[in-house]
Design a protein around this ligand. Structure first.
Ligand code: NAP
Length: 256
């Protein structure tokens, strides 16, 4: 039996794909054969061009996922353009840094609403479609959530991010349990320290950057492309018996 990482004929929806990890995942899914809709609040011009360069369909859906107001529209537009959603990647996320004693309610709510609440309700809307459509062999759909090392650890000066990403680990398992009998697999990827906008402040702080690098066994910051292979695996038939898993792609950080 050949193991298949082929995504030909599949429709994928990726949130927050104008930059960073989301862009790398969207392009990798297209390279593996999927048509890809990207949903976000900024213009994803470069991502759309990179997807089109693979000769797959690229769809742009404008949506601010800081609230759950647009989630049903995002699913409806993706379905109208792609005809199907086989793969949802919940990647959009923000981080707010402040000392714990000064941490504001605004920074708490913004991070939890974007990183956790929208992730759950967008997954719910996509899963309803996947379950209703049904019957395409071993899998009716794949949901991939972008978690974090702070799904497992507390971090420093990022309490709302640690809470939200720990929640992402919890809802990944909760969704996996209920959706497994309906042949929808739900997994998460926990990226390590990746060179993107999200970590710009850390990388420009010489001392924190050195402390972080010293702890990464691989000895370098990750690149967005380092996450893409795990996403293709979790989107593909090769992972049909994998569900409820949080896959760390961290250069060995958690092993240390
Ligand atoms: P990034 O380049 O800042 O990407 C974040 C993406 O989320 C951007 O496309 C951003 O769009 C989008 N986004 C943020 N708020 C949104 C909103 N309200 N509505 C729609 N889209 C929104 O950083 P990244 O590192 O690639 O982050 C991607 C994911 O990986 C996040 O969930 C992050 O928490 C996670 N992560 C990153 C690291 C790391 O080391 N970099 C580690 C662990 C986990 P805009 O450009 O409009 O802001």
């Amino acid at each position: 039996m050949a193991i298949s990482f082929d995504l030909s004929g599949k429709g994928a929806l990726v949130t927050g794909a104008n930059t960073g990890i989301g862009q790398a995942i969207a392009v990798a899914l297209a390279e593996a054969g999927a048509d890809v809709a990207v949903a976000g609040r900024s213009e994803p011009t470069e991502t759309l061009q990179l997807i089109e360069a693979t000769r797959r369909k690229a769809v742009n859906i404008r949506a601010d996922l800081g609230s759950i107001e647009p989630v049903q529209r995002v699913v409806d537009e993706a379905l109208a353009e792609l005809g199907r959603i086989d793969i949802l990647v919940n990647n959009a996320g923000i981080i707010r840094r402040a000392d714990l004693l000064d941490f504001s309610e605004e920074d708490w709510d913004a991070v939890n609403d974007t990183n956790l609440k929208s992730l759950f309700f967008l997954s719910q809307a996509a899963a309803r479609h996947m379950v209703q459509r049904g019957a395409s062999g071993q899998s009716n759909g794949k949901i991939i959530n972008i978690a974090s090392l702070l799904t497992f650890q507390g971090g420093i000066r990022v309490p709302s991010y640690a809470a939200a990403k720990s929640g992402v680990g919890g809802v990944t398992k909760a969704m996996a349990n209920e959706l497994a009998p309906k042949a929808v697999q739900v997994n998460a990827i926990a990226p390590g320290y990746i060179s993107t906008n999200n970590t710009a402040a850390l990388r420009s702080d010489e001392e924190r950057s050195r402390q972080i690098l010293d702890r990464i066994p691989t000895g370098r910051w990750g690149k967005p492309e380092d996450i893409a292979g795990a996403a293709v695996f979790l989107a593909s038939p090769a992972s049909d018996y994998v569900t409820g898993h949080i896959l760390a792609v961290d250069g060995g950080w958690l092993a240390r």
